[in-house]
Design a protein around this ligand. Structure first.
Ligand code: SF4
Ligand code: SF4
Length: 116
């Protein structure tokens, strides 16, 4: 018998190498979850700028879903993508079964995979 949809663990894959810190995902998420100012379902964190021993600069923006993220349960139940994935200005967010997302990230640096 095939695994039921409920049994498949879903997640978000973010290719943060190309995140521009535009905050669109944060805003879309706040609207979807009806959050107040200062509350976040996803938050873009900044690492850097700082210089590594090899002389290269490190400066990353890494979006991190918070404990308020429900993977857009309502939208997904209606057959739609999570709103952060839909609105990401750089098209670097993906939603799907974690197994498939893990395959997608193979061989590509600077990606993060989140699950609930
Ligand atoms: S999946 Fe939905 S709830 Fe989770 S971070 Fe994205 S927009 Fe927010
Ligand atoms: S919408 Fe996309 S590019 Fe913009 S901050 Fe979020 S993850 Fe980064």
């Amino acid at each position: 018998m095939p695994k039921s949809e409920e049994a498949v663990q879903m997640g978000l894959l973010i290719d943060y190498e190309f995140c521009t810190n535009c905050h669109t995902c944060e805003v879309a998420c706040k609207k979807e979850l009806g959050l107040k100012p200062g509350e976040y379902g996803i938050k873009v964190l900044e690492d850097g700028p700082r210089r590594n021993p090899d002389g290269k600069w490190e400066w990353n923006y890494v979006p991190v879903p918070t404990s308020l993220c429900d993977l857009c349960e309502k939208r997904v139940a209606e057959g739609r993508k999570p709103t952060c994935v839909h609105h990401c200005q750089s098209g670097i967010m993906y939603y799907g079964p974690v197994e498939e997302l893990a395959k997608k990230m193979t061989g590509k640096p600077n990606m993060v995979l989140y699950s609930k």
